[in-house]
Design a protein around this ligand. Structure first.
Ligand code: 5AD
Ligand code: SF4
Length: 461
């Protein structure tokens, strides 16, 4: 690269805003790393930037609308020489239509094209105002050693990209393309490097981590990858998301049982408790098959928290179907639940259904389920009172004078410690592990006291 070009890029400031899931958050960390490597500088506001990136989500209509409202908001700035780029799922879904809807956008690229980002940036630099990266025809994953991670203690690692399922409501196979797994060697190398750099928690990411299949001769499956990462020196916690019940095998629970570093948490999205709805959703499992997987988890030697995603108001969902979902929530006693109202998505097969549920009815079902789940969480969390749990300390809340920790079950546990002075740079517990006695519980979090004061002096030394 010529010195002149390098110098002109060093002056280029970019801003990035990310919407959507953890995959998107981590993609942005990789995009930022790639940009910085190319000589760009990240800034904290769109006003300061020459290049503005939106890494977008299209899982529900509302998420998709967000990016168009952002683009509208800053439209005037295009005239002042700012360049706009749309990345991610809306970019892939809408493609060149984005140029029509928002003519001030110059780059539109889906996640399957991020490996080509450096070339696309060169085209932008050369003044090309219609740069695209929209092919899904790829066997590559976006691996880079230059990732700029937002958190110094917990790190995401993508193990598989794309999705080969065809859930009737879901846009992801169209926005993220076919499944591509990384080699186990490359995942393990990244995890070791992270451990050496001081990260103690890794989160293995994929749209469906359970269908991970090592493309190298080692041929590891997901449970072997879990066991492998869990054994790395310095890695104290391994999490993973998201699981698909169809591909969730008992070996995964066996791996958790065998390896203390694997966290006590499984997120297993069920979407509905009704067989009729599951079948129309093309989820490829029945309620009974799902319950069997829950039993494996509950029969574990470990105390594994179970969380899920539910869609209410899928086309044709009757009152009886919805009641099945309510009953399933009671039966499983989820530790937490994300509830969504069904949202029509482009290209998806559910568009063929005509028996749509009115918006008010979806809202009613959402509220009924939320209320039911709240009661379950109060009960579940109360059962933790009197127990001591280890937390990774994530922060300090000045207003409540409490530390914020996260348990292995992924529950927030706020705690106080009378032996410690207010935090400063040299006595912070953030990033450390601490045992906390749980004394109170609410629907969404736990509270307690640091249980071993002697440990405090160790932790701050
Ligand atoms: N409408 C509502 N919720 C959806 N999800 C995925 N697609 C849709 C849709 N069209 C939910 C599912 C999934 C979570 C990430 O988002 O519950 O597990
Ligand atoms: Fe949103 Fe799904 Fe894309 Fe994640 S993969 S950003 S949830 S549409």
């Amino acid at each position: 690269m010529s010195e002149l070009l390098e110098a002109s890029r060093a002056m280029k400031k970019f801003y990035i805003e990310t919407f959507g899931c953890q995959m998107n958050a981590h993609d942005s960390e990789k995009v930022v790393g790639t940009l910085v490597r190319q000589g760009y500088t990240q800034v904290d506001s769109p006003e300061q930037a020459d290049l503005i990136f939106y890494n977008t989500c299209s899982i529900r209509d509302k998420a998709e609308q967000k990016v168009f409202s952002r683009l509208q908001q800053f439209k005037r700035d295009a005239g002042k020489g700012k360049v706009f780029a749309v990345l991610g799922c809306v970019a892939q879904q809408e493609g060149e239509r984005i140029f029509e809807r928002a003519p001030h956008v110059s780059l539109v690229a889906g996640s399957a094209s991020y490996t080509k980002l450096p070339e696309m940036l060169v085209q932008l630099e050369a003044g090309n105002r219609r740069v695209t990266g929209l092919s899904l025809d790829t066997t590559e994953t976006f691996d880079t050693p230059f990732t700029r991670r937002d958190n110094p203690h917990r790190a995401y690692i993508t193990i598989i990209e794309g999705c080969d399922k065809s859930c009737a409501y879901c846009v992801v196979p169209f926005t993220r393309g076919p499944e591509r797994s990384r080699t186990s060697e490359s995942v393990m190398r990244e995890a070791r490097t992270l451990a050496e750099a001081g990260y103690s928690e890794v989160q293995l990411l994929g749209q469906n981590v359970n269908s991970y299949r090592d493309p190298s001769p080692a041929g590891w499956d997901f449970s072997q990858l879990l066991a492998g990462t869990g054994k790395i020196d310095g890695i104290r916690r391994v999490r993973f998301t998201t699981s698909h019940p169809r591909d969730f095998v008992k070996n995964i629970v066996d791996a958790i049982d065998a390896c203390p570093a694997l966290c006590n948490h499984v997120h297993l999205p069920v979407q509905s408790g009704s067989d009729a709805v599951l079948s129309r959703m093309q989820r490829l499992y029945s309620r009974d098959q799902y319950i069997r997987r829950i039993e494996w988890i509950k029969n574990s030697k470990r105390d594994i928290a179970i969380t899920t995603d539910i869609i209410v108001g899928f086309p044709g969902e009757s009152e009886a179907d919805f009641n099945q979902t309510l009953r399933l929530a009671e039966e499983v006693e989820y530790d937490s639940m994300f509830i969504f109202k069904y949202s029509k998505r482009p290209n998806t097969s559910a568009l063929q259904y005509e028996d749509h549920i009115p918006e008010e009815e979806k809202t009613r079902r959402l509220m009924v389920l939320q209320e039911r789940q709240r009661t379950i969480q109060i009960r579940r969390n109360a059962s933790y009172i009197g127990r001591t749990e280890e937390v990774l300390v994530e922060g300090y809340n000045l207003a409540t004078d409490q530390w914020i920790g996260r348990t292995s079950q992924n529950k927030t546990l706020n705690f106080s410690d009378s032996t410690l002075p207010a935090p400063s740079n040299d006595n912070t517990l953030v990033g450390q592990y601490s045992d906390v006695l749980i004394t109170r519980a609410g629907p969404n979090s736990l509270a307690g006291e640091r249980s071993s004061p002697e440990a405090a002096s160790l932790a701050v030394s």
